[in-house]
Write a protein that binds this ligand. Structure first.
Ligand code: PRT
Ligand code: ZN
Length: 292
């Protein structure tokens, strides 16, 4: 590894795992150019004062806490489990999952209280212990490295505490969730002193603004439509909560064009209602970047 260059930021990403592809995509969409063949340990960005370090995700919170890197992209679940002191900069809207306690379907346990006295296998002992003590429930925490879902079948445990995204692993193993400890997604975290150092903080802010522009754009669609002037109020009322749409006169004095950014989540609903309100020739474009 090259020596640390004072004038360059460092960010740690997971080298090979569930978060790798989207973590590198976020940086690329933020306009950063870097090589990624075989994810060498360190990849310098050509057009930003940033070096990317590819490591195991479990190491990222400590690296950020200890200042080995200024920034990291990692699951919030991993940050919580590590107990590392890092600054949360931004949620990145991927890697969504929940940390849950689950029991075999036939178990009589229905709620957190029913976990009292049970053996719970988990790779998240710190988070689980914290949760149990908060709930005032005494249970035995069995630390394992992975594959928690088979622990009840092997009679290693009566329950498990593991991440769930689609829920199919629980179903396949005949398990049912009884409690949710944590909602998680990938996050950008920073070393606290990096934010205190004016020059580093400014560079982190520049990077953050770029990432935010991409994430904001990803959530939105640009909608363009025509409508009679008389329908303008009705069309505008379908676009609530958004900044004032752009209204452009057309050659036909009775008609106007309306342009607005619409949240992807409500997008189909909004399109239908725009049509009912008198909109026509509706065009929808994706947005590359958006700064508010
Ligand atoms: O090798 P390295 O240590 O870097 O990677 P890893 O094997 O420790 O982690 P990896 O790549 O599996 O996961 C990295 C991060 O992805 C996690 O820390 C979470 O933040 C996030 N993530 C999102 C998930 C899941 N969803 C997920 N479903 N991590 C793991 N799972 C597993 C879960 O443990 C269970 O085995 O997937 C299974 C459940 O999935 P469903 O879809 O069947 O519910
Ligand atoms: Zn890991």
């Amino acid at each position: 590894m090259r020596g640390r260059q004072k004038d360059r930021l460092r960010i740690a990403l997971q080298s090979a795992g569930r978060l790798t592809r989207e973590s590198t995509e976020v940086l690329r969409h933020a306009g950063l150019e870097f090589e990624e063949h075989d994810r060498r340990l360190i990849a310098p960005c050509r057009n930003f004062e940033l070096d990317i370090l590819f490591v195991r995700d479990d190491d990222i919170p400590e690296y950020v806490q200890d200042g080995v890197v200024d920034l990291g992209i990692v699951g919030w679940n991993t940050v919580c489990e590590s107990g590392a002191r890092v600054e949360m900069v931004q949620e990145l809207a991927f890697g969504y999952c929940q940390l849950v306690v689950a029991v075999p379907r036939a178990s009589t346990a229905r709620s957190v209280r029913d976990l009292a006295g049970l053996r719970i296998a988990t790779a998240y002992p710190r988070t689980l212990r914290g949760f149990l003590s908060e709930q005032g429930v005494e249970a035995q925490v069995i630390q394992i490295r992975g594959g928690a879902e088979v622990a009840p079948t092997l009679d290693l445990a009566d329950a498990i505490c593991d991440l769930v995204s689609t829920g199919s692993t629980l179903k396949i193993n005949d398990l049912r969730p009884v409690a949710t400890l944590l909602e998680s997604q990938a996050v950008l975290v920073a070393h606290p002193s990096s934010l205190a150092d004016e020059r580093r903080a400014a560079a982190i802010r520049r990077l953050w603004v770029r990432i935010d522009a991409y994430l904001t754009a990803r959530r939105l669609r640009y909608v363009m439509l025509n409508c009679p002037r008389s329908a303008l109020d009705a069309v505008r009322s379908v676009l609530p909560g958004l900044r004032s749409p752009t209204v452009i006169p057309l050659a036909d004095p009775e008609m106007v064009a309306v342009h607005a950014a619409v949240e992807e989540e409500v997008f189909w609903d909004v399109l239908e209602r725009l049509k009912e309100a008198g909109g026509s020739d509706i065009l929808v474009l994706s947005i590359e970047k958006m700064m508010r």
